[in-house]
Ligand binder design. Structure first.
Ligand code: AMP
Length: 222
């Protein structure tokens, strides 16, 4: 099964993907994580992407689409299906994705639109902390690491992403409204959009999503 998780920053795409990848046995493909990995490894692509990410802007389409094309058409780990988290992020990327998937005859099944309100988004983003080593997600109020600054899973350092600082969050939300929100309609027209109330916890959102898949006759690992 091939799903897109679509929604504003702070809607809980990453947290939900972490739950769903276990439940559904799917690969989790996060362009944000892939780009941060490129930066960590100081690759040419990472160097190019860094200034966009740190200022909350979108990385140029061709760089991100190149990463995605490579991942979904070459990587054997994604054969059984995947959750796309953070891609596509504008109309151009959505169209490019459709073209890539058409070439390999593997269309998307659904686009899960996580709708969340501004106060919830802000609280999630400003409190979010991430493990620098393994990417595990924490929140200073809702899910603090057992030992401050140390990852529960791998003991790596837990930090605040530079783009989760208040001034950059504003830019990211503006970019979302201007560039990303229009693709909600793009997928609605394709009949692939399912809307979920993402103010709720990731566990509740997962339950609702599983119910939708069951109603649609899609079962695990299909
Ligand atoms: P995320 O981890 O999904 O919040 O992404 C963090 C940052 O990575 C974004 O603010 C963008 O700068 C960049 N990024 C991630 N995915 C994309 C994408 N599909 N297109 C362009 N930039 C992206």
């Amino acid at each position: 099964m091939r799903l897109v998780l679509l929604g504003p920053p702070g809607a809980g795409k990453g947290t939900l993907a972490n739950l769903l990848k276990e439940t559904l046995g799917l690969a989790h493909i996060s362009t944000g994580d892939m780009l941060r990995e490129e930066i960590k490894n100081n690759t040419a692509l990472g160097q190019e992407a860094k200034r966009f990410i740190e200022t909350g802007k979108l990385v140029p389409d061709e760089l991100v689409t190149r990463l995605i094309r490579q991942k979904i058409s070459v990587d054997p780990q994604v054969k059984r299906g995947y959750l796309l988290d953070g891609f596509p992020r504008n109309k151009q990327q959505a169209e490019d994705l459709d073209k890539i998937l058409e070439q390999i005859q593997q269309p998307l099944d659904y686009v899960m639109y996580l709708e969340a309100t501004l106060p919830v988004i802000s609280a999630r983003l400003t409190g979010r902390r991430v493990c620098k080593r393994c990417g595990a997600l924490f929140h200073i109020k809702n899910k603090p690491p057992k030992k401050e600054g140390v990852c529960d899973r791998c003991s790596g350092p837990v930090y605040q992403r530079p783009d989760d600082k208040e001034e950059t969050i504003k830019t990211r939300l503006d970019v979302y409204l201007k560039d990303t929100a229009p693709i909600i309609d793009y997928y609605k027209k394709q009949g692939k959009l399912k809307k979920l109330d993402a103010d709720q916890s990731a566990e509740v959102v997962q339950d609702v999503l599983m119910k939708i898949l069951n109603e649609e006759g899609k079962h695990h690992n299909s």
